[in-house]
Design a protein around this ligand. Sequence first.
Ligand SMILES: [Zn+2]
Ligand SMILES: [Zn+2]
Length: 531
Amino acid sequence: MAIGMGDTCFIVDVGVMFPDSELLGVDLVIPDMSYVWKNKERIKAIFLTHGHEDHIGALPYLLAKLQVPVYGSRLTLGMCRHRLEEHKLAGSTELNTVAPGETQTLGPFKINFIRVSHSLADSMALAIDTPHGRIIHTGDFKFDQSPVVGEPIDMHRLAAYGEQGVLALLSDSTNAEVAGHTGSEKDVTHAFEEIISRTPFRVFIACFTSSTHRIQLAIQLAAKYGRKVALLGRSMNQNVRTAIDLGYIHVPEGVLIRPAEIPKTPRDKLLVLTAGSQGEPFSALSQVAINNHKHAFIEPEDTVVLSARVIPGNGRAVSRVINHLYRREANVILSSEAAVHVSGHGSAEELKLMLNLVRPRYFVPIHGEWRQLVSHARIAKGLGIPSERVLLAEDGDVITFDAEGGRIAGKEQTGRVFVDGSELGDVGDIVLRDRQHLSEGGIVIPVVSINKQDGRVETPPEIITRGFFAGEDDELLDEVRDLIVSTVEGSSAEEVADWGLIREKIQTELRRFFRKRTQRRPMILPVVMES
Ligand SMILES: [Zn+2]
Ligand SMILES: [Zn+2]
C-alpha cells in the first residue's frame, strides 16, 4: 500500500504471496511494482508493520531498484536483515528501528506506531496523521490479552485515537468470516503441556518459523519437563536465533542442542521444532517423514504436532507428509483435532471491538480475499457505518480523501509478478501457460527432415515424447509419422519452403489427431530440418 500527498509518498509493507499449485515451478509471487517505479521521486520511506513473509518478503525486490529508508520494530528488522544479506543489500539499506509509542515525521505526515497482538511478536499498527485527518492502518492483529511474549495490544491508545477522531480505519480482514473471538497464544499451553509431559517418546512440533509465542511456549515446556530442544530447517534456525539474539525468545541454559546431537539424546528427553508445516517438499519435516534427514528420524510412537493452519492450496502436500509419518508409525496431532494452534488474526468480535474503539468516519477493509473484505464491510455496516463511507477497494484502486470526503477515485496498474528460482527474473504468463500445458498433456517433438530440392520427407520422421503415454504405442506413432509425411507432401512447394508455415501445419494436424485419437492435448513442437 502506498500513501501519499503532494511530493511525499511512503509504502506500508512489501510482501510476497506464496504460489499455489497452479503456478508451476514459480517460487514466489511479488507485486507488480510499476507504481513504485513511476513514483520513484516521491517515495521517501517504507514502513513495516511486522516480519511475516506476506509483509516483508518482496522488500529486496523493491530495494534493489529504489534505495529508501526502512522503518520497523526490532524483531521485524531483524527478520529483514537475513533476506537483505542474501540479496547483498544489507550494507546499502538504511534500517531504522522504531518502537510502539514513537512518532516519525515525513513531509506532511506524522506516523505513530501502536503495539498490536499477532502470532509474531513486535507487531505494530500505524496511526498516520495527515492534514485531512488521521488514518489508522492495523497491520495484522488480534486482541490477545495474554500473549506469551511481550505485552498485549495497546487498547488505550486505540481508544484515545477514537476519542480524538479518526478519518479512516484500514483493518485486517483475514478472519472476518470467523465468528467469535480468536484465542490467545496462551490457549495452546494446555494441549502442548499434555503432549510434552505425557509422551514417553520424541515430540516434533511443526509450526511457522516466525511464530514467536508458539516457539517460546514449546521451549518453556520442554525445559520444564527435562527435554532438550533441537531446531530443524534453515528458516527455523535463522528466525529463532534472531528472536533469541534480540531477546524475544528466552532459552534456559543447556536446553538448545544441535541437530547432530539428536541420535544420542534419549527419546523421552527430546523436543524437535521443525519447519515444514505446509508440507513443503524440501522442508525438514518432509525429509524426516521420508527418513531422509541427516540427523533427525522418527520411530514408532513418536509424536508429531502440526501446530499451524494449512494454507489453502497446500492441503495435498500436507496430506502426503502425514501419510509418510503414519508409515513410520508416528502419532500425528493436527490443529483440527486438538487445541495446538490458534490464529494470529482477530475474528469477527475483535474486528467489531477495533471498529468500536477507533470509531472511524471511513472504513476500508484490507488484508484478505474479496469474500473476507466483503464480510468485514458488512460487519462495519452492521455497527452503523453508512455504506457510502465503507470503501471496498481492491488492488490498484486509488482512494482519495479531501475536503469533500473519501472515495475510490482511480486505478493504478497492479498485478502479480512471478519469480522463478533465486534470480530476479520474471516468469511471464506465457511461460506459466506452457508449464501448465506440459504438466497436463506432456510434449511431442516430431523431427522431420525435408529434402530441399523436391520437398519430400527423406527418412521416416522421428517422434520424441515426454510425459505422453504414446511412447509404448507403436501403431499410434506410425500413424503420426504417416500423417506428417502426407501433410508435408500434400503441401505446395511454396508452403514447404516456408518452414515456419510447414511447422505450423504439422502442429495443427497433429493437434487434431491427438485430440481425436487420445483425448489428450500434448504440447507439439515440430523440428524441421533440411537435408
Ligand atoms: Zn502476519
Ligand atoms: Zn499478513
